[in-house]
Ligand binder design. Structure first.
Ligand code: ITT
Length: 192
């Protein structure tokens, strides 16, 4: 079975493909020849995820899902949140991560959470699934796996960062994995 995932982020595609295999095969925007960076003009993860899924549903007439995600840092009033991909103004993971570390310098509260909201558009109906993981922000990046803010995020209960985990390990606990599990459960119970 094939599922369209409305994303341009190859790291997201890899993680989600790993979560859905072998039951589903994932096609991303490139695979359906959609070369657009879909505008994310909403105020929430849910709105932005829905904008991405709706774009594909309306232009390609395909059932699909989209993920909007980001990092909320307590001492930064939950920033960067929906602006995680472009926190510094540009879409560069390392620049954004360094800015976050700089803005947290000297702060003792290092609590943060990763959030994902997935919008599934099936038969014209929008279904939302959320996943959250709590953790802390390290003072220095560690590890080279994963993407985005993974090298500075240490999930609660672990002494390593997401970037030090194998993808299979991150995929057991991450915000994206939790939201995806809800999506999978929904699809299993949905016979429409
Ligand atoms: P699409 O919109 O095409 O899916 P994107 O990278 O623009 O790709 P978002 O708008 O959802 O995706 O922004 C998510 C950003 O949040 C992402 O670029 C990372 O900086 C950060 N992020 C999300 N999930 C993450 C994860 O699992 N590990 C590290 N950083 C993550």
């Amino acid at each position: 079975k094939k599922l369209v995932f409305a994303t341009n982020n190859t790291h997201k595609t890899d993680e989600v493909a790993n979560i859905l295999a072998p039951e589903y095969q994932v096609l991303n925007l490139k695979d359906i020849n959609c070369l657009v960076d879909i505008p994310e003009t909403g105020d929430t993860f849910a709105e932005n995820a829905t904008l991405k899924s709706t774009y594909v549903y309306q232009n390609y007439h395909l059932d699909c899902f989209a993920d909007d995600s980001g990092l909320e840092v307590e001492a930064l009033n939950n920033e960067p949140g929906i602006f995680s991909a472009r926190y510094s103004g540009i879409k560069d993971d390392n620049t954004n991560l360094q800015l976050l570390l700089k803005n947290l310098e000297g702060k003792s509260d290092r609590k943060a959470r990763f959030k994902t909201v997935i919008s599934l558009l099936k038969n014209g109906e929008n279904h939302l699934f959320e996943g959250v993981i709590e953790g802390t922000i390290r003072t220095e990046p560690t590890g080279s796996k994963g993407f985005g803010y993974d090298p500075i995020f240490q999930p609660d209960g672990y002494d390593i960062t997401f970037a030090e985990m194998e993808m299979s390990e991150k995929n057991k606990i991450s915000h994206r994995a939790l939201a995806m599990q809800k999506l999978i459960d929904f699809l299993r119970n949905d016979n429409s």
